[in-house]
Structure formats: structure tokens, C-alpha cells
Design a binder for this molecule. Structure first.
Ligand code: GLC
Length: 635
């Protein structure tokens, strides 16, 4: 290692040594949890060299990133700040290519964006590629979008504008066309060992007895027969996405290199795609296995040593009990991912809006343990994926609902099958065996905006806009990193022609339209729908940025409701209490005066209006239909 660092100043070498002292035990511990001592020790030496090389390159070749490392070490809570606002988009569908994204930075700044998740843009396989999640080459950019140098330039331009670049690291699988898979098919034993293959159906059948289906409609089962190999390959997702074998130390070393490569290109947040699936164990769902967290710990600590400006986001769409582990529980506290998706909040927001009731949300969100103080939730209303109704049967039963029936109701509601619903979503991947039906659709389509605009019904348009702004108020008022899905800031609706484009082989594309810049052009017109939504969201973001109470280190507590249609969310920050009240109904609803006093917000200003809200004649605070207040008190 000394040879790698030779040529750096004594101070730089010392910094590296201090980081090793602080974090290397976590690399070692993570490896020891998944490998025998000999394998772990050899792997550790390889990772150490990789870390030293990446550190040296950073200092020598990208001094601005090395400076960011120092800045972030001084402000380790940067991603928990209320200034954070995320935006997620496909680069091509948002702005054509990477150069186009760069030109749109002012648009993002206008909205208040500080974090940009560009959907998979590393070179995917030709043909269907699951929206880029079937990567054929991690070391190059999709040619129609640009080059690795363009990516570096874009990352630098974003950084300059105060926006952190977020990219996916797809680490559960590679495309069937990835060189590793091609070599395996060609008979190379080394690469055969990167995958999980089986000579007959005996083991696949045994695993499948306890494996849930991810894409039951379009890619049933978790194994695919590969004629060139004459074997069955583990393919959790589509048949062309080959799961890699993380129990092979070579695989871990490969991904360690890729993590450092992307961080070196200026990626500040790595979204660890489908992380829950990395480790397989017979007799289980093969999700959330303890080894996943040990592996994450080793990679996370490696990054802390080599390039600490970069953090991890876990993409684990799993039940509450498993979810918290991705942010670090028990021995992994503070050592794994920094961010994780708050899937339950997303589901509960849509559930509240459909039902006009908060009881289930209050119960489910109230039961969820807080995120660790050093981590943060990614909160969101919509993303590029479908919505699976992750409603726990026990939570449903506790408020007198049947879980299965409620999930069925939500799909009926959001696909417009329910008599009084005007939502326009589509059923995604119906599972005949379990009756499970997920939903695709943009926020605008789900909230009834598409239907209201088409009908030219201005009252319903107003109601849908109010519903969407209320949903955004919950998401931005939670604490953590709120991430907007591209187009939602304008109320852009579904893409009815989604299926016409090659490769769009499942209906999630209905909610991945090209951004309509003609709608964006209306954003300064306060009478237009795009104008109302854009201004509304930008206002929420600006208020949020100035509200210290929303720092993610403080948990959001869902209180017991006083009115069945008002969700109360309290944050007890040392600067003072924050009470968010959200009316999920189309009627005026009260919040009792005595509870305002009890919570210390009796005289508090509503940060969203800058005024102390007026009370009704009864002394209660009355919220208008779909109204939201953010009451900020002083300590
Ligand atoms: C994640 C992505 C999803 C993709 C899957 C497989 O769940 O969000 O879009 O299909 O991983 O990579």
C-alpha cells in the first residue's frame, strides 16, 4: 500500500491512515461475517489496495472531489438537511441526453432541487432491458446519452450548482449479455462461478417453494433455462437479468471496484438497486438475509475510507420489520446505508386519499420504529416503479379492516374500477395465485387530475390539484429526502402510447413519459394547472429548506388522530415542536384547540403561510378540504 501512496504529502498519507483507523474494522468485520478467515483476509488485502488507489487518484486527479470529502467529513449530516430536495428522471426522457440535463440545471434549481437521481444510464443490453436495470457494461454510458467523460462533466456541473448526482448501482444482477455472463456461457469456469446455475430443476423447485414472484405476469418463476449452458440460471427479475452470486468473493471485489469507479466519476449517492435480494438461503424468501447487511457494511466502510463524500441509498421495498435493518440496526447501526425508501409512507398517503380516512395510516406509520438518528428516509409520492400495496394484515385488523380486501379496494380505486373513483391507473402484474394486483400510473392519473382535465370539470381539477399538493405537503413535511418523480411538479399525466416504444414491455412505462416542456413553459402562469403545481411544490420546498425542525435526525411521530380525516405528524426538534396537520378529505375538518396547547403550538405560526392560523368560533383550528398546515413552535 505504501507504494500506492508514495508521492502524496505526509498530511494526505496521514489522513488516509486516520480513516483506516476509524473505518477499516468495519470492512474487516463485514467480510468476516460472510467468508471463512482465509478468504476474508485475502479479500481484505485486495480491498485495501483498491481503497488506497482510489484515494490517491481522487487527491491527484479530482481535487474538487477530494475537497468535497473534507467538507462532508465536517458536515456528515448534509443529506439530512431540510435543504435536500430530490428529483428523479430518465436522462433521455427528461432532457434528451446528458448534455441536455446539464442545460436544464436552472429548471431544477428553480424548483429547489439539490439531489438528482438519473435512472440507469450505464450501457444496458440491446432490446428489452427493464428500463436500464439490465446492465451490459458498468464502465460505459449508454451511447445515445453520452460518454463517461460527459457523465463526469455533468456531475461536476451539478455539484457546482449544489446538486448531488445519484446513480443506480444494479448489484443483484447483470444483463445476460454482460461479459461475465457471456464468458460463463462460453465455458469459463471463473465466470461460471459468478452466477447461480443448476443442472436440473431439483434445487430451483426447492427454492421456489418459498420464493415470492417479482414479475408474475411477464416473467414468472425465478429461474431460466439457458440452452448455451444447458443449465438453469437464477433470474429473480426478467429472464435476461442474471443474478450474481454474492457468496463468491470475486463478485464482491468486482462490485467494490465499480463502487469506487462511480464515486470517482462524481456520483454522490449510490442507489443500491434490489439490495434485498443479494443473498439466497434455502427455505426463505431469499430477501433481507443478514449477509446482505454485512456486505453493505464492508462496501460502505470502503467508501468512507476512499471517498467519504459518497453515501449509499438502499432500494429495499420490504416490510417495516425488515426495512429498518437497511438503515442499520443492532451491530450494523451507523454502518450500512444512509438512505432508504419510505415505501410505507407512500402507500399510506395513497390509501388515505382513497379512503378519506387516516386510521390505517396512523396505525401503520405510528408502529414503525424511527429511522436511526444518523440516517434518513427517502420520502416520495411516485417513482418509476409500480405501487404494491404493502399494507400489513395486522395493522389493517387493528383498525377493523381486512388487509386483503383493503388492498383489493386500493387497486380498484386507483384503476378506476371502484364506482366513485376517477383515478386512471393500470393493473400491474396480477398474481393469479395470491390475487395480488399492483398499480401503475402517474400521480396526476391516480389523483384524478387526468380525468378531470379531460372532462373539463374545473371543480374536479381544483380538487385534484389540492389533493396532489396535500400529498406533497405530507412527503416534504416528513423529514428526510423528498424525491419528486419527473413530471409530477407539473401534474403531467399518463402516457397512453407507452406501449408503442420498443422495449416498453411492461406498463410501468405509462408513468415514465417524456417530460412535456410545453407544460413546463406554463409554470409561471398561476392560473394554469402546471403553474399551480410547480409553484405549490417550489413553495413547499422553499419553506422546508428554511425550517430547521425538518432535519432528518429527528423522527416524525404520527399521533393518535382527533378527527378521522386529519393526520397529525409531530416532530420534537430541540429548536421547537413542529406539528403537521393534513386533512385528507374534501370537507372542512377541525383540530381541537386543547391539543394545540398541549403540544406547545397554540400560538405557533403556520410556516406555509407565515401566519398564525385563524381559529373557528369554537376555538378549534379548521382545515379546508385537503388543507395542510406546518405549525412551528419555539422551544
Ligand atoms: C428495482 C427497480 C426496478 C427494477 C428492479 C430490478 O426494484 O426499481 O425498476 O425492475 O429493481 O432491477
Amino acid at each position: 500500500m505504501a507504494d500506492v501512496l508514495a508521492g502524496l504529502s505526509a498530511e494526505r498519507v496521514e489522513t488516509f491512515a486516520l480513516r483506516l483507523d476509524r473505518w477499516w474494522p468495519d470492512v474487516r468485520g463485514g467480510l468476516a461475517a460472510v467468508h471463512d478467515p482465509g478468504t476474508a483476509a485475502a479479500l481484505e488485502q485486495r480491498l485495501l489496495r483498491l481503497a488506497a488507489t482510489a484515494y490517491r487518484d481522487r487527491v491527484v486527479e479530482t481535487p474538487d472531489l477530494a475537497r468535497l470529502d473534507v467538507a462532508r467529513t465536517l458536515e456528515p449530516d448534509w443529506f439530512q438537511s431540510p435543504r435536500m430536495l430530490g428529483y428523479a428522471a430518465y436522462a433521455d426522457r427528461f432532457a434528451g441526453d446528458l448534455a441536455g440535463v446539464r442545460e436544464r440545471i436552472p429548471y431544477l434549481r428553480e424548483l429547489g432541487v439539490t439531489y438528482l437521481h438519473l435512472m440507469p444510464l450505464l450501457r444496458p443490453r440491446e432490446g428489452p432491458n427493464d428500463g436500464g436495470y439490465a446492465v451490459a457494461d458498468y464502465r460505459s454510458v449508454r451511447p445515445d446519452l453520452g460518454t463517461m467523460d460527459d457523465l463526469r462533466d455533468l456531475a461536476a456541473a451539478l455539484r457546482e450548482a449544489g446538486i448531488s448526482l445519484v446513480l443506480d448501482l444494479v448489484l443483484n444482477h447483470v444483463a445476460r449479455e454482460h461479459p461475465w455472463a457471456a464468458a460463463a456461457r462460453a465455458g469459463d469456469e471463473r465466470y461460471r462461478g459468478y452466477f447461480l446455475t443448476f443442472e436440473d430443476r431439483a434445487l430451483p423447485d426447492a427454492y421456489e417453494a418459498t420464493l415470492p414472484e417479482v414479475f408474475p405476469g411477464t416473467a414468472p418463476g425465478s429461474f431460466t433455462f439457458e440452452p448455451e449452458l444447458g443449465r438453469w440460471v437464477w433470474t429473480t427479475f426478467n429472464t435476461y437479468q442474471w443474478d450474481v452470486d454474492w457468496s463468491n468473493p470475486e463478485v464482491l471485489a468486482e462490485y467494490a471496484e465499480l463502487v469506487l469507479l462511480l464515486a470517482g466519476a462524481g456520483v454522490e449517492v449510490l442507489r443500491l438497486d434490489a439490495i434485498a435480494f443479494l443473498w439466497k438461503r434455502m427455505g426463505t424468501t431469499c430477501q433481507n438475509q443478514p449477509e446482505v447487511h454485512a456486505i453493505t457494511q464492508a462496501l460502505r466502510a470502503l467508501v468512507r475510507v476512499a471517498c467519504p463524500a459518497t453515501i449509499f441509498k438502499a432500494e429495499a421495498i420490504v416490510g417495516p420489520a425488515d426495512l429498518l435493518h437497511y438503515l442499520g440496526r443492532g451491530a450494523h447501526h451507523g454502518k450500512v446505508s444512509d438512505l432508504a425508501y419510505h415505501n410505507s409512507l407512500m402507500v399510506q398517503v395513497w390509501s388515505m386519499l382513497a379512503e378519506g380516512q387516516v386510521r390505517l395510516a396512523a396505525r401503520a406509520l405510528g408502529q414503525l420504529p424511527p429511522a436511526p438518528a444518523s440516517a434518513a428516509w427517502v420520502t416520495y409520492l411516485r417513482c418509476h416503479d409500480d405501487i404494491g400495496w404493502a399494507v400489513d394484515d395486522a395493522d389493517a385488523a387493528a383498525v377493523g379492516l381486512d388487509g386483503h380486501a383493503h388492498r383489493a379496494f386500493l387497486t380498484d380505486w386507483y384503476t378506476g374500477a371502484f364506482p366513485t373513483s376517477t383515478a386512471r391507473g393500470l393493473v400491474f402484474q396480477e398474481n393469479a395465485a395470491t390475487g395480488d394486483r399492483r398499480v401503475s400510473g402517474t400521480a396526476a392519473a391516480l389523483a384524478g387530475l387526468d380525468a378531470a382535465l379531460e372532462a373539463g370539470d374545473s371543480r374536479e381539477v381544483d380538487a385534484a390539484v389540492a389533493r396532489l399538493l396535500l400529498a406533497h405537503a405530507v412527503v416534504l413535511g416528513w423529514g428526510g429526502v423528498p424525491v419528486l418523480w419527473s413530471g409530477d411538479e407539473l401534474g403531467q399525466g399518463d402516457d397512453a402510447d407507452w406501449w408503442r416504444e420498443p422495449g416498453h414491455d411492461d406498463n410501468r412505462w405509462v408513468h415514465r413519459p417524456r417530460l412535456r416542456w410545453d407544460l413546463a413553459a406554463q409554470r409561471h402562469d398561476p392560473t394554469s394547472v402546471p403553474g399551480r403545481l410547480f409553484a405549490g411544490v417550489a413553495h413547499l420546498a422553499a419553506v422546508r429548506a428554511a425550517t430547521a425542525h425538518l432535519h432528518a435526525s429527528v423522527p416524525a411521530e404520527v399521533l393518535g388522530p382527533s378527527d378521522p380525516g386529519v393526520l397529525p405528524v409531530l416532530r420534537r426538534h430541540p429548536v421547537g415542536p413542529f406539528l403537521g396537520l393534513y386533512n385528507v378529505t374534501r370537507e372542512w375538518r377541525p383540530w381541537p384547540a386543547h391539543r394545540l396547547e398541549e403540544l406547545g403550538v397554540g400560538a405557533a405560526v403556520d410556516a406555509l403561510t407565515g401566519r398564525v392560523p385563524e381559529r373557528g368560533g369554537d376555538g378549534d383550528l379548521w382545515l379546508p378540504p385537503h388543507g395542510a398546515v406546518w405549525l412551528v413552535g419555539e422551544a
